[in-house]
Design a protein around this ligand. Structure first.
Ligand code: 13P
Ligand code: SF4
Length: 302
């Protein structure tokens, strides 16, 4: 078997490339990546890099965000099967129909959406900045697309705003049941700290000690005095958690996102070697979508 690791490091240097990875991809890819983070961090980091090529180890909407914000860079997606299920749940046509019904509403789209949907939106958000985006956007009536669970989580924080929720969800997080957590607590230790991603259903979020994005979950563990955690999101996050906090104990529900796991070291190697699976976007579409992503960056820090 080829020594992909060495070859990837050599090619990366030779081609002035950077490898970006989400916390859900395979451990060996996170280990090799130059930058690992949640979707908010990864959407911003490309802007700062002077690498000519970015190999994006995540799902396709993440690589598209990098292209939208850094159009002059070559963005490669190592495996074209890495497609988030949620993106398909909101079409441009259906969003236009919704907008016709709620003419004065602002559109906030979760980044787990297509470039077409982003192009129709007033602002994008990720799970770590959705609170700030909804708080700071100029409007109290908001079409929130496509994740109904993240939308309802944010709606709870703003009773004076009206979030019109889309019927989308993450098929991976949506499969997690409250019972899974209750069984776990009963079997192990009821004092275990439960960390939940906001893409989970309300009854699951209600059992959480902390609800947050992958990046926020990782930061929370660092500030928490407890030693033992049940991590209710995709298992890839355990790689960073165990590395960063070797003295703490992490349990999980064996939750796997197949599209994220589809990227292998071989894919990463081949895409870098052949510069294949480049993300390309039609320029006027890219420009429209960039406005909503730039709005997100502005509203997220207000
Ligand atoms: P984060 O923004 O928390 O990284 O989440 C991305 C995602 O796809 C969760 O399923
Ligand atoms: Fe999409 Fe869900 Fe996978 Fe996240 S975990 S990338 S939302 S399918």
């Amino acid at each position: 078997m080829k020594n992909y690791k060495e070859e990837i490091l050599r090619l990366k240097k030779e081609k002035n490339a950077a490898i970006l990875a989400h916390y859900y991809v395979r451990d060996e890819i996170q280990e090799l990546a130059d930058y690992v983070g949640d979707s908010y961090y990864l959407s911003k980091i490309g802007l700062k890099l002077d690498a000519k090529i970015i190999v994006f180890c995540g799902v396709s909407f993440m690589a598209e965000c990098a292209k939208i914000l850094s159009p002059h860079k070559k963005i490669l997606l190592p495996n074209t099967n890495a497609k988030c299920f949620m993106v398909e749940m909101a079409s441009k046509e259906d969003l236009l129909k919704m907008k016709k019904k709620y003419k004065n509403a602002k559109i906030v789209s979760y980044v787990n959406s297509s470039t077409e949907v982003k192009a129709l939106s007033d602002a994008c958000c990720t799970s770590s900045n959705a609170y700030n985006v909804v708080k700071n956007i100029d409007g109290d009536e908001i079409i929130f697309v496509p994740d109904k669970h993240l939308g309802s989580h944010i709606q709870e924080k703003f009773p004076d705003k009206n979030l019109i929720l889309w019927d989308g969800f993450c098929s991976v997080h949506n499969n997690i049941e409250a019972e899974d957590i209750l069984n776990y607590k009963e079997k192990f230790d009821s004092k275990i700290i439960v960390l939940v991603h906001p893409e989970c259903k309300k009854e699951v979020r209600n059992l959480a000690d902390f609800v947050g994005s992958t990046g926020q979950i990782i930061d929370y563990v660092g500030k928490c005095y407890s030693k033992e955690f049940l991590v209710v999101t995709e298992d890839g996050i355990l790689y960073e958690l165990k590395n960063r906090y070797p003295d703490k104990i992490f349990h999980s529900l064996n939750t796997i996102c197949d599209p994220m796991k589809s990227i292998t070291l071989e894919d990463l190697h081949n895409s870098l070697l052949l510069e294949k699976n480049e993300i390309t976007l039609e320029e006027s579409l890219r420009e429209s979508a960039s406005k909503s992503l730039l709005k997100m960056l502005e509203l997220a820090v207000k």
